[in-house]
Design a protein around this ligand. Structure first.
Ligand SMILES: Nc1nc2c(c(=O)[nH]1)N[C@H]1C(S)=C(S)[C@@H](COP(=O)(O)O)O[C@H]1N2
Ligand SMILES: [Mo]
Length: 441
């Protein structure tokens, strides 16, 4: 058992546990299916809330917590509610990721919400005029549109070693939950209202902490819970902390938080609470609960648990990890880089070639890539670099971004290991196979 962490709680979708719980719920329902079919001969298939007394069909495990289709061409499933975006197709997208291609991280099946009757409740001792907001009330406030990257704090979790590099004992296992590679990230144009305008309209005063609660029901042994995140007042009151209802010009899709979600510009996406139902504004500190209680950096390099907030500088290549191989010749490498601390100001790329089992030698030493636009704060930037005269072989490509605050992606061995595998941003190698051209068998 690790100190300071009772994985009673489930951060990054401990899908094993959640799926097991869900299985129980569903096997009970399947039992109902059987008995209902046996007695009345009636089988009702429907997409109704659990417990509504109507029998549901069991969805396939991949889609249990996800409503939209997630074709294998564009997504890799990392467990029940974790759908990673494939990087290969990103090459074809604009600066933003289309809504139906955006990665998804759900801990429960999204709730069914009717926007006409839905309300956002404002509660807590900092609220002097307690009230609820209808969707129309929110539309009456000033609307703000921003381009922002949304990056899961646990993105790249799979690149952490299972044990701390210091070689401690196995009490430090397991490392994180969802084994994301590079694709728990996206960028969109978000439209909504400022959180501070909503709080002001409810007469918030002497704010210290604000708790944002979603309407999803997360299975848990001691009773289902809602997802929630506590955000300190100074972050909540910022210009670019929004309650968003549009994504790339359309209503928020169900899987992305319909009808309203939080956007905490630059912070890890775990704080971007979806399906908002309640905002509790307090004049005191609110303790973390639910999944948030485990969103901490814990490990030998962290004597005290630290809450990661600002997203780390990261980058990825627009290449599928399972690509079948590319043709030799003059190539161009493409990618995107982002940071929660500001705009990107430089990206370098290095390529290594496999010359003997386990032996990589430099093929292209670290070299600056070209940034394809003027980097905007908190929005990713596209980059490219020519790679000429490429011969068949096995290569690995690495990118290393730096942001305007001077943060730079470290070599893998310098990333501080932590038990929940949060914040990995070492330059992770991406394998690329270059196949012989015409003499291919
Ligand atoms: N209510 C609720 N909000 C949530 C989550 C959740 O499970 N429930 N997951 C969080 C996490 S960990 C991430 S990475 C982002 C994912 O947002 P997306 O699915 O729109 O990409 O939503 C966050 N907001
Ligand atoms: Mo996440």
């Amino acid at each position: 058992m690790a100190p300071n962490c009772s994985p009673d709680w489930i951060e990054a979708a401990s899908d094993g546990v959640q799926q097991a719980l869900f299985e129980v719920a569903y096997s009970r329902r399947r039992f109902l299916v059987t008995s209902a079919a046996g007695t009345a001969g009636a089988l009702v298939l429907g997409d109704t809330p659990a417990g509504a007394g109507v029998i549901e069909a069991q969805p396939p495990p991949e889609t249990r917590f996800i409503v939209q289709p997630a074709p294998a061409q564009y997504f890799i499933s990392r467990g029940g509610g974790s759908m990673e975006m494939k990087w290969g197709p990103v090459r074809e997208y604009g600066d933003t990721i289309p809504n139906d291609r955006f990665y998804i991280h759900n801990r429960a099946r999204p709730p069914h919400i009717d926007r006409r009757t839905w309300k956002l409740k404002l509660t807590g001792d900092a609220i002097t005029r307690p009230r609820s907001f209808t969707f129309a009330d929110l539309l009456a406030l000033p609307q703000v549109t921003l381009r922002r990257t949304l990056d899961c704090g646990a993105n790249c979790a799979a690149f952490f070693p299972r044990l701390p590099p210091s070689g401690a004992d196995d009490r430090w296992l397991p490392v994180g939950w969802t084994q994301w590679h590079f694709g728990a990230v996206g960028a969109a144009e978000w439209t909504g209202v400022r959180a501070r305008d909503v709080l002001a309209a409810a007469g918030a005063e002497r704010l210290v902490d604000v708790k944002f609660t979603g309407l999803d029901d997360i299975p848990h042994p001691s009773g289902n819970v809602h997802y929630s995140e506590v955000i300190p007042a100074d972050k909540v009151l910022k210009d670019d902390t929004l309650l968003v209802h549009r994504m790339n010009g359309s209503d928020l899709p169900v899987d992305h938080g319909y009808p309203l979600r939080l956007l905490t510009s630059g912070w890890g996406a775990n704080t971007a609470v979806k399906w908002l139902g309640e905002i509790e504004a307090s004049t005191r500190r609110i303790p973390a609960s639910g999944p948030q209680a485990n969103q901490l950096l814990i490990g030998p390099d962290h004597p005290e648990p630290v809450r990661p907030t600002v997203g780390r500088v990261r980058s990825a290549m627009e290449i599928d990890e399972d690509a079948q191989g590319i043709e030799p010749g003059d190539l161009t490498l493409h990618g995107r880089a982002w940071s929660g601390a500001g705009a990107i100001d430089r990206v370098d790329i290095s390529v290594e070639k496999l010359v003997a089992p386990g032996r990589w030698v430099s093929a292209v030493p670290w070299r600056a890539a070209k940034l394809m636009s003027t980097p905007e704060p908190l929005m990713w930037v596209r980059f490219e670099m020519p790679w000429q005269g490429v011969k068949p072989g096995q290569y690995r490509v690495m990118s290393r971004a730096r942001d305007e605050a001077g943060n730079i992606q470290p070599p893998p061995e310098e990333v501080k290991w932590n038990q929940h595998a949060l914040g990995y941003n070492g330059h992770a190698p991406l394998n690329v196979v270059v196949l012989p051209g015409s003499d291919m068998p």
